[in-house]
Design a binder for this molecule. Structure first.
Ligand SMILES: [Zn+2]
Length: 243
């Protein structure tokens, strides 16, 4: 049964479950999605339960706040100051600075913040400025990493390789047999080792076009620690592709 307490200006809702087994305790749980469940002995009354919940109100409020914070990261982006954005695996708070109308907008990393200076501070404009900034950095960094990795790749013999950016919903990269590598610009938000892993994965496809055992043998040969890196990248995918 759904109940509510007030804590300051906040309403905290909780679900009461009466347990038939012999228990004398009222126990409060917070589920990972932020639902509050209160288990109570069957002879407890709602007023008693409410008192127990009120006693823990501060603790509940704090934990529910933390859960909301963590979950807000996968909610749609608002492009406002203070919002976290990622670059090369690090989290930077966004800082939006107002410019006079005749000044061209700029985006840069400044004192640990992702600084966007613009006359038009609408979320649509900020989103576009960040998108362009990410794309230009992605182009530079992906080429640099490709050039650094190619000399160590055993099966390459001076083929000409090209990188193009393509925004994809669920994929980090792809590779054609002709050596055209497509990389998702959102990958620039991941740590460098994850970028290297995706590039090497695609380079393995130049030799093995599918995910055969031979493909994975090549991948392990070229990057022995790839599994851990893939787990890390998969874990960040929802966060990094949420734009
Ligand atoms: Zn693949």
């Amino acid at each position: 049964m759904q109940q509510t307490i007030r804590y300051g200006s906040e309403e905290i809702h909780y679900q009461v479950t009466f347990l038939t087994r012999k228990t004398s305790k009222i126990v409060i749980h917070i589920h990972p999605d932020g639902r509050v469940q209160v288990d109570a002995p069957e002879d407890a009354d709602l007023q008693q339960i409410k008192q127990a919940v009120l006693k823990r109100a501060r603790w509940l409020s704090l934990n529910l706040f933390r859960i909301r914070e963590a979950r807000s990261e996968v909610l749609p982006r608002q492009y406002i100051s203070g919002e976290s954005h990622f670059y090369l695996g690090k989290r930077y708070p966004l800082k939006i600075v107002a410019l006079a109308n005749n000044h061209p907008p700029t985006v840069k990393l400044l004192r640990g913040q992702l600084h966007v200076a613009t006359a038009d501070r609408s979320s649509e404009k900020v989103r576009q400025l960040l998108k362009d900034w990410y794309a230009s950095h992605a182009r530079q960094v992906f080429h640099r990493r490709l050039n650094a990795l190619v000399p160590s790749v055993l099966w390459l013999n001076g083929e000409s390789l090209t990188i193009k950016l393509l925004t994809m919903k669920k994929q980090w990269g792809s590779c054609s047999p002709q050596g055209h590598i497509l990389l998702n610009p959102h990958l620039i938000k991941a740590p460098t080792e994850c970028i290297d892993y995706v590039i090497i994965h695609e380079l393995c496809h130049l030799k093995e076009h599918n995910h055969s055992p031979e493909f994975y043998r090549l991948l392990s040969l070229q990057m022995p620690g790839w599994k851990q890196i893939k787990i890390k990248l998969d874990g960040m995918a929802e966060l990094l592709l949420n734009y």
